[in-house]
Design a protein around this ligand. Structure first.
Ligand code: BEZ
Ligand code: FE
Length: 293
């Protein structure tokens, strides 16, 4: 069809994908075209604005690499990641909720560390001892679950944000296996609230829309076990000032843990007298069985 105008082009674009072999791809492309065109019409997009949008997305792709995921960060800060997580992991109230994956997980972290291992290897921050249980919806221990842990240091930085970082120099990330009682434990540092990376295109978007970049203090966990929905979640610090305004919309109340402070001079879980303030966290993860849907 020729002579398309702003009123007729959407119908023609939809007609061109009519013969898409995959029904699912056809549904996705139809929705995308329909809403993309509706968006341009609704805001009366100018050519200059269209160009700036294209340049923004180009910069977002260009700054991304295997350890910097600016595209995921864009999705996170637009609320798209949490929306997709929420609509794919609805679960009963008792089960621990799912949150965004975030851009800082890396495959190949030190694996199957012994319980109680220190994953901080000298990272900044107050000492923290974590003890956790993994149970099913009836409260029974989930044995031999694979638990991936990753977190920022006490200054709010992930190891991968260091220039020259190498996987064999990982810190504050590890993989454990739950024991016969469904437990695992490790030593780490107390996480603090931190800003998402603001030195790229997403930072420009956040500044331009007058948004703060902070995430409440948290540790990331991914727990995998056959027969259960893989749990990707965080344990946020109770009382953090950003719980209600997380820059990536990830906070669920079932994912808030009590990181208990202990003053200098108290006895640590390792049985030593601490020369500084430290924290303990005892948390239970409830997995959602795939046959419980
Ligand atoms: C994070 O907590 O690692 C994170 C998640 C989403 C965007 C930025 C950071
Ligand atoms: Fe994080």
């Amino acid at each position: 069809m020729m002579n398309l105008d702003e009123h007729t082009i959407t119908e023609e674009a939809l007609r061109r994908i009519e013969h898409t072999p995959s029904p699912r791809l056809k549904a996705i492309m139809t929705g995308l075209l329909y809403h993309l065109h509706a968006f341009a019409r609704e805001v009366q997009l100018t050519e200059q604005e269209w160009l700036e949008g294209i340049q923004f997305l180009t910069r977002t792709g260009q700054i991304s690499n295997s350890v910097r995921q600016e595209m995921i960060l864009l999705s996170d800060t637009l609320g798209l990641s949490q929306l997709v997580v929420a609509q794919n992991h609805s679960r009963p109230q008792a089960a621990t909720e799912q949150t965004v994956f975030g851009p800082f997980h890396v495959e190949g972290a030190p694996s199957l560390l012994t319980h109680g291992a220190d994953i901080a290897v000298g990272a900044s921050g107050d000492p923290l001892w974590v003890v956790a249980n993994v149970v099913d919806s009836r409260g029974h221990a989930v044995v031999d679950a694979l638990v991936d842990v990753w977190q920022a240091d006490g200054d709010g930085f992930y190891d991968v944000q260091d220039e020259g970082w190498r996987i064999d120099e990982s810190r504050l990330r590890a993989i454990f296996t739950t024991d016969g009682d469904g437990r695992f434990s490790f030593r780490s540092v107390m996480p603090t609230s931190y800003p998402i990376p603001m030195d790229g295109p997403v930072g420009q978007m956040m500044n331009a829309t007058n948004r703060h970049p902070m995430r409440p203090a948290h540790i990331h966990f991914m727990i995998r076990k056959d027969g259960f929905d893989t749990l990707v979640t965080h344990v946020f610090a109770d009382g953090d000032e950003y719980l209600d305004s997380d820059a990536v919309f990830g906070v669920r109340s079932s994912c808030i843990g009590t990181y208990v402070p202990h003053e200098e001079g108290a006895i640590t879980p390792a049985g030593t007298v601490s020369e500084r303030r430290f924290y303990t966290l005892d948390y239970t993860f409830v997995l959602h069985g795939l046959d419980e849907r």
